[in-house]
Design a protein around this ligand. Structure first.
Ligand SMILES: [Zn+2]
Length: 259
């Protein structure tokens, strides 16, 4: 199961795109060029380091920062070992949570999301898990099952991330972002506009997971929320189970998704 055991550690690892990655085959064999990261509001050296898998110390030294606690928005930082610039604020959420009880389900102004996988089974819910926190839900479905955009939006990331495997991140209005991880393949490009229901990838088991499932997150302003608060009435949540162990729960979401 994707993040059950130790989500925090996973996230720490989650981030860095390996330079020599498999995904690089389509790009020619040039040496990895120098990657710069432009600091955006809310980012700290800690979060940037976490995203790229580089220590604060190394970043500070490399960029000759005398005071690592002071970063200017717009400042460009040299990032070692990176293959590309990453959406740091998106992949290192400021905070994971907003408990269900804090929030009325389907509050006014909330986006109405559609299930990203039709006929899948929610095998793991959002929330605290031991000492770690599961930032999304896991929807188990056979490998190759289409993954659909949950809402209209723009693809802001489509690539591999360690831990997440092939992941797509879509930005929606209202500061919302949805995340689709462990894909067998990503079928939407960055900057592509997608419509709700559009196929953007397929279910797989890339990244850290022990079976084919979609790890699906909903964030608003980079705070993770329970996706079930935004989806049409629930697919039944099984007790935490091993990914790939298909439950026998009825999951009739097809209708809900074909609006
Ligand atoms: Zn998960």
């Amino acid at each position: 199961m994707a993040y059950r055991g130790n989500k925090r550690a996973t996230r720490t690892l989650a981030i860095l795109v390996v330079l020599t990655g498999i995904a690089a085959c389509s790009r020619s064999v040039s040496r990895p060029s120098e990657v710069y990261h432009q600091v955006r509001p809310g980012e700290t050296l800690y979060r940037i380091g976490k995203a790229y898998g580089v220590s604060v110390k190394e970043l500070a030294a490399l960029n000759r920062l005398s005071d690592p606690s002071r970063l200017e928005v717009g400042q460009r930082l040299r990032i070692p070992h990176a293959r590309r610039e990453l959406p740091v604020s998106v992949i290192t959420p400021r905070e994971a949570s907003a408990r269900r009880s804090d929030k009325a389900r389907g509050a006014a102004g909330d986006p109405k999301l559609a299930w990203p996988v039709l006929g899948g089974t929610v095998t793991s819910g959002f929330g605290q898990r031991g000492r770690s926190f599961h930032d999304g839900i896991d929807i188990t479905a056979p490998a190759g099952t289409p993954v659909h955009a949950a809402q209209d939006g723009e693809v802001i990331y489509s690539d591999a991330l360690r831990g997440y495997g092939n992941v797509i991140i879509v930005r929606h209005s209202g500061g919302f972002v949805t995340v689709y991880a462990h894909n067998r393949s990503n079928q939407a490009r960055e900057q592509q506009r997608v419509r709700q229901g559009e196929v953007i990838g397929s279910v797989g088991e890339s990244g850290r997971t022990s079976g084919a499932n979609l790890h699906f997150e909903v964030r608003q302003d980079n705070i993770a929320h329970d996706p079930l608060d935004y989806l049409p009435p629930p697919q039944q949540i099984a007790a935490p189970a091993r990914a790939g162990g298909h439950g026998s729960f009825a999951t009739a979401q097809e209708g809900a998704n074909r609006r």
